[in-house]
Design a protein around this ligand. Structure first.
Ligand SMILES: [Zn+2]
Length: 619
């Protein structure tokens, strides 16, 4: 378990918290939870949810959403006496009303309903609404209106202006996956229940609102945005972002949204490509059913890399400087348009189906668009990451199973339920032209320092990002390295890698830290001053604290904390102080953090089990 103190950069940035530590799912789609994590699981089969509507006012000054939700429900079973929805302690219910259409010309019936909120899990509550037996009948539709206010629950990320790219206006976004949207609106928080939805969102002047919807309209006079999603979606795919956002069209059905300061860059990186990828995907899997495929770039505080919100992929702006990762991540989100969004797993335990099939589809698309070699190269370094994670998790760790439960005896019982890496691996020899030089260079960097003249024949500046990443990952796996090897590595590559993208730099700097190579420490400092996203800061801080550089980490943290989102700040505080005599309560005074400890998606599970909240799936 000691190695677990040094998690590597997750291959897919889908962070999985395992008991007592953090690690990654290794791209294997290990998202899972207990079905009991969904309070509404006990009754959602009793209803057909046809549609729901949100009417919300966004108040940036007090970081609050206030309004109401209308659910259109039809009981499908007799004797239904209550409606149980998932909600969250950060969501304050004001009232619950019911409207039942009158039968045979009788007037509609309006009733105020009683309800109670009960603790359910450490990250959610159960909203139990009593239904009037006298008027609720099977197959007879009725409406429930819930008036509520919600603040800073796990789904809702309020960013002060200084945390945005432009640093001029505040921004708010939601992130529903996995079971966070219960803090956005009361819901059946399970992928099993899909419905259409609509929304009315009122915002201050100058704020643009986007949602994962197929249609939108804006009334400038009333500063009201209207949205409609005409295709059924599960609750976790309902998403909203509001801030200083502008757009540019990049194809016949696609536009890029971003803060003005990064819009030009975003368009230049994606222009022309997205429609090409959509066309390739349609050729493989059939028509794209969602109409629009837009992309919104979010500030570095976005907690994951990307999220497949229908019609509107959310993606972190930090990825813009890493072209190949941007390409892969967008293609992956496109693939979810077929796998995960159009066809959805029934339970949270089966999220591996969504991720697994989307990853398969993503590689089919890249094979068509960029060839076998490129796809195999990408797969090789993901596979390396998978094995790295398996080593970190240890043999027979239950989180390495694809699915926790399955009928035994079946043909692929061991494949599905066995621990460890996959039983068989794909033939990636088609990528040898790209992976061969990487492996050759890795071999030359053996135990001893190699001949610099031989090394100089390998021109890393001509390599693709994925090749360089594969090379550095493999060096990282061998760390600690002899000091003379580190010195030579630094003299050969450090300055060159400094000019490369963040995905390359983070790996080199992890090597620097894990080898306690002080001459390159200023590069670590400048990187942490520049990058404020979770995916780049957390791995470096964990490595710094796992080694002998904790004082340096604390110093850099104090210098940069004002530019970190409170949730990330809290995570880094835990990394910095949890394993020392200090802890967050006795640590030197830090910037105030909100008292919503249960809302952090990276807090370790209190009971030592793996819960859905701990699986932070990017996509
Ligand atoms: Zn995905």
């Amino acid at each position: 378990m000691a190695e677990l103190q040094r998690p590597t950069l997750c291959c897919c940035r889908k962070v999985l918290t395992v008991p007592g530590n953090k690690s990654c799912e290794g791209g294997r789609g290990l998202a899972r939870c207990r079905p009991v994590d969904v309070a509404s699981a006990s009754n959602f089969h009793s209803f057909k949810l046809r549609h729901f509507h949100l009417d919300l006012h966004l108040n940036f000054a007090v970081k609050r959403m206030t309004g109401w939700q209308v659910l259109e429900l039809t009981p499908v079973q007799p004797g239904v006496q209550s409606l149980i929805l998932d909600t969250h302690p950060s969501l304050l219910i004001h009232s619950v009303d019911c409207k039942v259409p009158g039968a045979s010309g009788a007037p509609d019936v309006f009733l105020s309903l009683t309800y109670r909120i009960e603790p359910f899990t450490d990250y959610g509550s159960s909203l139990n609404i009593s239904l009037p037996a006298a008027v609720i009948r099977p197959h007879r539709a009725f409406r429930v209106t819930i008036r509520y206010t919600t603040t800073d629950g796990p789904a809702i990320w309020w960013l002060d202006a200084e945390l945005t790219c432009g640093q001029t206006r505040p921004l708010v976004f939601t992130q529903g996956h996995s079971v966070c949207n219960r803090s956005f609106f009361p819901c059946f928080d399970t992928p099993a229940v899909k419905s259409t939805y609509s929304a009315t969102v009122r915002v201050p002047e100058g704020v643009t609102v986007l949602m994962s919807a197929s249609r939108s309209a804006y009334s400038k006079q009333d500063r009201v945005f209207q949205f409609s999603m005409e295709y059924p979606v599960p609750a976790y795919l309902v998403a909203l972002v509001a801030g200083d956002l502008q757009h540019a069209d990049i194809g016949p059905r696609s536009r890029v949204w971003a803060e003005p300061c990064i819009l030009t860059c975003a368009v230049s990186k994606l222009g022309g490509s997205v429609e090409r990828w959509l066309n390739v995907a349609e050729g493989l899997f059939g028509p794209y059913v969602w109409g629009r495929y837009d992309i919104v770039f979010l500030p570095p505080s976005f907690p994951i890399v990307a999220m497949e919100n229908p019609c509107l992929t959310f993606i972190i702006s930090s990825i813009l400087e890493s072209q190949e990762f941007l390409l892969i991540d967008v293609i992956h989100e496109i693939a979810h348009g077929w796998f995960g969004n159009a066809v959805t797993n029934a339970t949270w335990e089966e999220m591996w189906l969504s991720e697994g099939l989307a990853t398969y589809a993503q590689r089919r698309i890249t094979t068509e668009a960029y060839g076998d070699s490129f796809t195999c190269l990408e797969t090789v370094f993901r596979l390396d990451a998978l094995h790295r994670q398996m080593r970190l998790l240890g043999d027979n760790n239950p989180v390495s199973k694809l699915q926790a439960k399955f009928e035994p005896g079946l043909e692929f019982e061991r494949w599905l339920n066995g621990c460890g890496p996959p039983l068989c691996e794909p033939d990636l020899s088609a990528g040898r032209a790209l992976t061969g030089p990487v492996q050759h260079l890795c071999d030359l960097w053996g135990v001893d320092a190699p001949d610099p003249q031989v090394i100089s024949t390998f021109d890393l500046s001509s390599w693709s990002t994925f090749q360089t990443v594969l090379f550095l990952d493999r060096l990282l796996d061998r760390s600690p390295l002899p000091q003379e090897v580190m010195s030579l590595l630094s003299s050969c590559y450090s300055a060159l890698l400094d000019g490369m993208n963040a995905e390359v730099q983070i790996r080199w700097l992890q090597i620097v830290v894990r080898n306690s190579f002080y001459p390159d420490l200023p590069r670590v400092r400048s990187f942490l001053h520049k990058h404020t996203s979770r995916m780049y800061t957390v791995p470096l801080y964990e490595d710094l604290c796992g080694g002998v550089m904790k004082c340096f980490a604390v110093e850099v943290f104090y210098q940069t904390q004002a530019r970190l989102h409170p949730n990330l700040r809290r995570t880094l505080q835990q990394i910095l102080f949890q394993s020392s005599a200090l802890n967050t309560s006795t640590a030197p005074s830090l910037l105030a953090t909100p008292p919503s400890a249960p809302s952090s998606p990276t807090d370790p599970p209190a009971n030592g089990t793996i819960a859905l909240r701990d699986v932070n799936v990017s996509a």
